[in-house]
Design a protein around this ligand. Structure first.
Ligand SMILES: Cc1cc2nc3c(=O)[nH]c(=O)nc-3n(C[C@H](O)[C@H](O)[C@H](O)COP(=O)(O)OP(=O)(O)OC[C@H]3O[C@@H](n4cnc5c(N)ncnc54)[C@H](O)[C@@H]3O)c2cc1C
Length: 429
């Protein structure tokens, strides 16, 4: 089959890999001149296969007023005259129940464990270099209440295959001595020894080389898709400045930009950008920088060693399609990092970056055929877990296209579960 993948972020590239493996003739259309120029550029680098609980959780609603009022809040909501933002916000609030959160965690664990297996197979078979470190992950907590909730989640996840242990303050510092500066405010942490960290952008760049050289995948760089054209209940072409690109099937992996492409087709996706920030700091003192990936749960900041770089990432801002660096948010991230690991890095070269996580209200990705357009496969909404979930998401899409059973149950992931319907009469945009 001729298959076109729209978007060369980590999600589109992993889908291209699974599709090429199945023997399809794959072409990737990407508006940027190379892979991973958007959300996949400088993310937190975490392959957090056991850290998938959705952002919408039972304790979240009571925290929201505090987060909205505090200037140094890790989450920010700037109301806009944008119905999509309000719809997303309301759906997010509706998803903040214990039942929904547990169900989504269960589903995401299945998807993430599959991703882990597929990623390990890819690394073994393709020998892709991307600074992969199996350093484990330690999520540290600063309040008794948060630590107790984390231990409950750990017990729940243990029933579903996660291998984790709870550590007290001394245990956290023994595991990661670089935490000594903030040890006084730590209550304890959850350690997941099997987690990994890596450079997502390097992964994408090297994977696109492998796809081109070994799998004959064609890439059209600098090719913005302006419209999708449907006819007779099928997607017929992607319109680019160079002309119409036709195919038997299309995989939409355009990240946060996807709703703009599907809206004229009568498909409204529950997808909104959740802006985040990162720093890529040069490590100055090896012993003062964490080796284990650390997440500071109270501040919602993650730290990962990627080669000689300490990657620091955080913030979740619901501020629309705006990926510009906000100096105040950046300062906050620098302050948090400097307070936690003061001697770890050179603070005169921050390597700042901001990106838009393509987020659904439930944190579950949207996978599978678009309603009314069976040859348009959606591969979207991996949110804060795109690097972690990309391999499995690509495999799901490839299985569905080949008519094989999906490797995980589709409940919670298919378009229907996300309430996506196609408005009638929209055949061409
Ligand atoms: C601060 C931050 C930290 C994060 N940390 C982690 C982490 O530690 N672990 C993790 O797993 N995930 C993390 N994430 C999430 C992860 O980065 C994203 O989920 C992932 O990059 C999404 O990949 P994607 O391919 O869907 O989107 P993108 O990488 O944005 O790719 C979409 C591609 O589609 C292209 N495109 C869009 N529209 C068009 C068009 N019309 N025509 C042609 N091309 C188009 C874009 O140019 C882009 O290249 C983080 C995100 C942020 C912002």
């Amino acid at each position: 089959m001729d298959v076109v993948v729209l978007g060369a972020g980590v999600v589109g590239l992993c889908a291209a890999y699974a599709l090429a493996h199945d023997g399809h003739r794959v072409q990737v259309l990407e508006r940027n001149p190379e892979a991973a120029r958007e959300a996949s550029y400088a993310n937190g680098g975490q392959l957090s296969y056991s850290y998938v609980a959705p952002l919408a959780g039972p304790g979240v609603v009571s925290n929201i007023p505090g987060w909205l009022l505090r200037a140094d809040s890790p989450l920010r909501f700037r109301p806009r005259l944008d119905p999509a933002q309000w719809r997303w916000g309301l759906a997010f609030l509706r998803a903040c129940t214990a039942e929904q959160s547990e169900e989504t965690t269960r589903r995401l664990l299945r998807l993430s464990f599959l991703s882990r297996d597929l990623m390990r197979r890819l690394v073994a078979e393709e020998e892709i270099a991307f600074d992969l470190v199996p350093a484990g992950k330690l999520v540290v907590h600063s309040s008794e209440e948060a630590f107790a909730a984390a231990r409950r989640l750990m017990a729940f996840q243990a029933q579903h295959g996660s291998v984790q242990e709870a550590l007290d303050r001394a245990g956290c510092v023994a595991l990661e001595p670089a935490l000594r500066t903030i040890a006084q405010r730590l209550i304890g942490g959850i350690h997941t020894p099997g987690e990994e960290a890596a450079d997502c952008r390097r992964f994408c760049l090297n994977l696109s080389d492998v796809l081109r050289e070994r799998y004959r995948v064609r890439f059209a760089w600098g090719t913005p898709v302006r419209q999708l054209v449907a006819q007779g209940g099928r997607l017929r072409a992607a319109m680019t400045p160079a002309g119409a690109v036709e195919a038997d099937a299309f995989v939409l992996a355009a990240g946060a930009a996807a709703p703009a492409l599907t809206r004229p087709l009568g498909l409204r996706l529950p997808l909104y950008p959740l802006k985040g920030y990162s720093l890529s700091l040069l490590v100055a003192d090896d012993a003062a920088a964490p080796r284990v990936s650390v997440t500071d749960a109270a501040r919602k900041v993650v730290y990962a060693r990627i080669g000689r770089v300490l990657r620091v990432a955080g913030m979740a801002d619901l501020v629309g399609h705006d990926a510009r660096l906000d100096p105040a948010r950046l300062d906050l991230l620098v302050r948090e990092a400097r307070e936690a690991f003061p001697a770890a890095a050179r603070w005169d070269r921050l390597g700042p970056w901001a990106g838009l996580r393509p987020a659904t209200p439930t944190s579950a990705p949207i996978l599978g055929p678009a309603p009314g357009l069976p040859n348009l496969l959606l591969n979207l909404g991996q949110g804060a877990l795109g690097f972690t979930l990309a391999m499995a998401s690509g495999q799901v899409v490839a299985n569905l296209l080949a008519g094989r059973a999906p490797p995980v149950p589709m409940d919670g992931f298919d378009a229907e579960s996300h309430g996506v319907r196609r408005r009638r009469g929209m055949t061409r945009c």
